[in-house]
Design a binder for this molecule. Structure first.
Ligand SMILES: Cc1cc2nc3c(=O)[nH]c(=O)nc-3n(C[C@H](O)[C@H](O)[C@H](O)COP(=O)(O)OP(=O)(O)OC[C@H]3O[C@@H](n4cnc5c(N)ncnc54)[C@H](O)[C@@H]3O)c2cc1C
Length: 558
């Protein structure tokens, strides 16, 4: 492995690198490993005190992956890593994923190039040097030719604006920024605001410990049993034996006729089967639990209104079967298309409402008016609370980029560029922001693909682009705005074939007041990665490369 220190140049108070990476989660750490392996000098900064990104922050009770752990959640590039890490459960818990990421950092000697507890507060492109100038919360200044933003699609917590919030004298915690010291619920009255993935995972665990839990629900959710279980050694052994085939399957180009490449279904059409056969499949998938409910369902699930409504009716029937109090069951009835919000898996979520010590408040009928010193006041009265848990999710997908708000050519800020639309090309680059790359940004499959594998494949594209530029003595690359508009049309055209844009969700930005509302996830699944590779192989159509400005432009790099 190339040591990086001799590539780094210091000039007064500024450090110079070939590439700066923002974020040391799954994506940032892989980017560090890969770009360093190319011989670049690289530095990664993260505001958190640990590596692991979202897996460090989200240590709320019940936090775990929602896809299967092995082989689907984890890095795929290293056979050794696959062979040496023993996942213990079918859906890994937060502590296990975090330990895995710490192991990854140690195994590949990444820590020496990661600076933690360091927020990048400002990132500005300097056209005169073709370099990014970065300033951090620690007062450090650094510059690099390339800026890789691995800032996380689910990383910036969304805190709701509740009148009187500061008046509350109890403890308040956010699932997306959970305290490092254990939070005790024993003997306490706990309020939970939010019933997305985090709330659904946390509520049953908190209810086991607390004196009383009041759940404040804005949007009822469909959830399917996670059926988490210990992983048998034979299962792990089978994954390792078949690793090459499994990995090839994860990246295989989907059938060109697939209604939705990201979720092509079980190969059967719902319309070829009778209502009884369809019901039998839903029942079988419910028993199986896991995301199989989406991925082994009919191909029409996310594209056909009629079939989706049938699935919704099936799931609503399950809520009525599980929840004993009919009034509570009615409050829990979702009314959006299933799967168009992030599909949730649970371990005893609906069952929790059968407990005497759990109350559900339907905020659509009984909205929050204010926080008081001792609780939450809704229209119907005050709910006394000792600990308030905000399970209100994230300013997702674009939120961390907007918080960073880099300034591109002519000092134009990303907030200005993204005022009405998240303009980008291939989800990887933005016009006016030369040499800035995003991982899991808007316009990529991001949150609707296997995110560790997606990070590897996006990083490979970024690395190839950097190689292309350097091999030709070029100084900068950025997409044209026309290419961005075409890409936007492609992302929207895929989405418009589905039911996704018809639901308000964090996929469409509608959980954050004032954010542009459009569905910004590329629904191509593996096809997206074939598409971006093709564009690179055919000469980077849609990109403009600028010659290097000379020796000054490459300061610190050779
Ligand atoms: C409970 C939970 C379950 C999940 N389950 C799955 C699953 O089953 N499958 C799946 O594929 N994905 C899952 N995810 C999604 C998960 O976010 C990704 O899998 C992956 O961890 C994302 O890694 P990342 O490095 O891209 O981003 P992150 O892990 O979010 O890391 C981004 C890092 O950037 C840092 N950062 C941001 N801005 C700055 C700045 N300005 N300066 C310095 N540092 C900055 C942050 O501090 C953070 O550490 C889950 C997420 C959660 C919360």
């Amino acid at each position: 492995m190339t040591s990086t220190t001799h590539h780094t140049r210091r000039d007064g108070a500024t450090e110079h690198y070939d590439a700066i990476i923002i974020g040391a989660g799954v994506s940032g750490m892989y980017a560090l490993h890969h770009l360093r392996g190319m011989g670049l000098s690289v530095r990664a900064y993260d505001g958190a005190p640990s590596v692991g990104g979202t897996w460090w922050y989200n240590r709320y009770p019940g936090a775990r992956v929602d896809g299967p752990s092995a082989p689907l959640y984890g890095y795929t590039f290293s056979d050794e890593l696959v062979k040496e890490w023993d996942w213990t459960e079918s859906q890994s818990s937060q502590p296990e994923v975090h330990s895995y990421l710490e192991h990854f950092a140690d195994r590949f000697d990444l820590r020496r190039d990661i600076q933690l507890e360091t927020w990048v507060r400002s990132a500005r492109y300097d056209e005169a040097t073709q370099r990014w100038q970065v300033e951090t919360s620690t007062g450090l200044r650094a510059s690099a030719q390339f800026l890789v933003c691995a800032v996380g699609a689910l990383s910036t917590p969304n805190t709701p604006d509740i009148p009187g919030f500061d008046a509350f004298e109890g403890e308040c915690v956010h699932t997306g920024n959970w305290p490092q010291t254990p939070v005790s619920f024993s003997g306490k009255r706990v309020g939970v605001i939010g019933t997305g993935s985090s709330g659904v995972q946390a509520i049953p665990e908190i209810a086991k410990e607390a004196d009383h839990v009041t759940v404040f629900q804005r949007t009822p959710q469909y959830t399917v049993p996670a059926r988490n279980r210990p992983l048998a050694p034979e299962e792990l052994a089978a994954v390792r034996e078949n690793w090459e085939t499994l990995r090839a399957g994860m990246t295989a180009l989907p059938d060109a006729d697939a209604a939705l490449p990201m979720a092509p279904g079980n190969g059967r059409s719902a319309f070829d089967e009778t209502p009884e056969q369809r019901h039998a499949l839903y029942e079988e998938l419910w028993e199986q639990g896991t995301l199989a409910f989406v991925f082994r369902n009919y191909a029409e699930l996310l594209v056909n209104e009629e079939i989706n409504r049938e699935v919704c009716a099936f799931l609503r029937g399950k809520i009525r079967e599980i929840v004993r109090d009919p009034e509570t069951a009615e409050k829990l009835m979702p009314d959006h298309f299933y799967g168009t919000k992030r599909p949730i898996l649970d371990s005893g979520y609906y069952e929790t409402y059968n407990r005497d010590d759990v109350t559900l408040v339907d905020l659509r009928r009984d909205p929050i008016e204010e926080m008081t010193a001792t609780g939450v006041r809704t229209r119907s009265g005050e709910h006394p609370i000792d600990v308030l848990v905000l399970a209100t999710g994230f300013d997702a997908i674009s939120g961390s980029m907007l918080r960073l708000d880099p300034k591109g050519r002519d000092g134009v800020s990303l907030k200005e560029r993204w005022q009405s639309r998240f303009h980008n090309y291939l989800g990887l680059m933005i016009s006016g922001f030369p040499n800035l790359f995003m991982i899991h940004g808007p316009g990529t499959p991001g949150v609707l693909y296997l995110m560790p594998l997606g990070a590897e494949l996006e990083t490979e594209w970024i690395a190839n682009c950097i190689r292309h530029l350097r091999d030709r003595g070029l100084g900068a690359v950025e997409p044209t705005h026309a290419a961005e508009l075409d890409w936007d049309r492609e992302v929207s055209a895929l989405a418009d074939k589905t039911l996704f844009p018809r639901t308000d969700s964090w996929y469409t930005g509608s959980n954050i007041p004032g954010k542009p509302r459009h569905f910004s996830v590329h629904l191509g699944g593996p096809a997206y990665f074939h598409r971006i590779a093709e564009i690179a192989n055919e000469g980077y159509d849609g990109f403009v490369f600028t010659p290097a400005l000379g020796e000054r432009a490459n300061a610190g790099s050779r």
